[in-house]
Design a protein around this ligand. Structure first.
Ligand code: NAD
Length: 435
């Protein structure tokens, strides 16, 4: 008996690049100085790109958005309900940043528009900042540097320590906390972590069930949790007392997870040897704006404490993080425009299909966004019944549902009938065909 030759020798099957069947050339509006690499990547795919370094006001957006199929923004451009009402052709929104508060996510979903962002591309940058803060705090070099700038030589080793052999307590072992764990072990630290989830530790790190146990054993405690009601002021007077005398607290997570007046008290009383803070309950809106008692009533006191490092929310601000944000969001936009995939959208059901290969020449891909109501799939499947549906996947999120289906051998005249039938279903929000 002879086996069929291994398919491993077949050339790799290339996914076919799909194009909209009926839309005119896709136009992208890119604002707020998004990376040139991202702009070039869009242009190389044949998209027509208009890019600007500034953000647009609501009025400007309302005037212009009607001719664009996609928009890329950072945090200053607000995509409101009014903007979305004027966005008759808009298919997708890319937030080239971490947050998506600047977009009315529900209104976008109701209009059939997925929103993509890049929530974790700066994890490494934050983890590295924490490593630098651990060294800076335990060697007190912020103080020494400040003294030298004031003309004072003050060489000392008292209360200055190596990190090797010390214990780092990480609260929140997600994207940042877990990366930090690996870096800290490379410095010879012992790592404990506390998380509400049971998480497989990396390296020799150890999960501790109770926060108090982590606090009482750690030389450094660092926070990497989201800001949610359960984490608001999760480090306050009681928790600070549970920390070792002479320990340090680091917060690069969100401003409200630490009770700052309680922290000031703990440093003033010398229970803590120092702290590093990158985030604050109220942060100035723009560079150059004051960080003072009008913004946060305790600001002057905090700024006067020795061995307390204060930074203006720079944890994720590196060139590398910006580049990764550019790559991640531009790829998500292209995947959606070219293939219909909504994987990682923040406001939308996440749906994807295996690629159509170059050999499967006459397939068309249906991307059908509809209201999440009973009976819609029956209507859709009735319309598709005469054809061979090669693959189909659907999911819903709240009131919105999304179906992707690859259909074989649809002739051009059948295509226009199918398009009219599906896009005229009562629940249809947006129907697209790619081929
Ligand atoms: N300073 C900056 O510039 C900067 C940059 C990026 C992220 N951040 C902030 O850092 C924080 C962590 O980010 P991430 O990407 O690692 O998030 P993540 O979602 O990957 O991880 C958060 C972890 O916290 C855990 N958690 C939630 N509630 C908890 C609780 N009550 N007790 C213990 N653990 C809890 C979660 O289970 C999760 O494992 C977020 O607040 C984020 O906004 C700050």
């Amino acid at each position: 008996m002879r086996r069929k030759e291994s398919s491993a020798r077949d050339p790799i099957r290339q996914p076919k690049v799909l194009h909209p069947l009926e839309n005119e050339n896709l136009r992208l509006l890119i604002l707020e100085n998004i990376s040139q690499e991202a702009v070039r990547a869009f242009e190389s795919q044949g998209f027509q790109v208009d890019h600007h370094t500034r953000s647009f006001s609501e009025k400007e957006l309302i005037e212009k958005i009607g001719s664009y199929h996609a928009i890329g923004i950072r945090s200053k451009t607000k995509i409101t309900q009014r903007v979305l009402s004027a966005a008759s052709k808009l298919l997708v929104i890319g937030c080239f940043c971490i947050g998506t508060n600047q977009v009315d996510l529900d209104a976008a979903a109701e209009a059939g528009i997925p929103v993509f962002n890049s929530p974790f591309s700066n994890s490494r940058s934050v983890a590295e900042l924490v490593m630098s803060e651990l060294v800076a705090l335990s060697r007190q070099y912020f103080e020494r540097s400040w003294e030298m700038r004031n003309g004072r030589w003050n060489k000392q080793s008292k209360n200055c320590y190596e990190l090797r052999g010390k214990t780092l307590g990480i609260i929140g072992y997600g994207h940042i906390g877990s990366q930090l764990s690996v870096l800290a072990e490379a410095f010879g630290m012992r790592v404990l972590f506390h998380d509400v989830m049971n998480i497989m530790p990396l390296g020799s790190a150890r999960q501790v069930e109770h926060l108090a146990a982590l606090l009482s054993q750690s030389d450094f405690v660092t926070l990497h949790v989201p800001e949610i009601p359960e984490t608001t002021n999760m480090i306050s007077t009681r928790e600070l007392r549970q920390m070792k005398k002479g320990a340090y607290l680091i917060n690069n997570a969100r401003g409200r997870v630490v009770d700052i007046p309680a922290l000031i008290q703990a440093v003033e009383s010398k229970h803590l040897a120092g702290a590093a803070m990158d985030v604050f309950p109220y942060e100035p809106a723009a560079n150059g704006d004051p960080f003072d008692d009008q913004l946060n009533s305790w600001a002057t006191k905090l700024c006067s404490l020795p061995n307390v490092i204060l930074t203006p929310h720079i944890g994720g601000s590196t060139e590398e993080a910006q580049r990764m944000i550019g790559e991640e969001v531009s790829q998500a936009l292209s995947r959606f425009l070219n293939y219909g995939s909504t994987i990682s959208a923040v406001n939308f059901p996440e749906v994807d299909l295996r690629a159509i290969t170059a050999e499967q020449g006459n397939y068309i891909r249906l991307c059908y966004v509809h209201k999440n109501k009973p009976g819609v799939l029956r209507q859709l499947n009735d319309a598709l019944a005469p054809y061979n549906v090669e693959k189909q996947y659907s999911d819903s999120k709240g009131d919105i549902a999304y179906v992707m289906a690859d259909i074989a051998d649809v002739s051009p005249s059948d295509f226009s009938k199918l398009r009219d039938r599906i896009s005229n279903t009562e629940a249809s929000i947006l129907t697209r065909f790619l081929a």
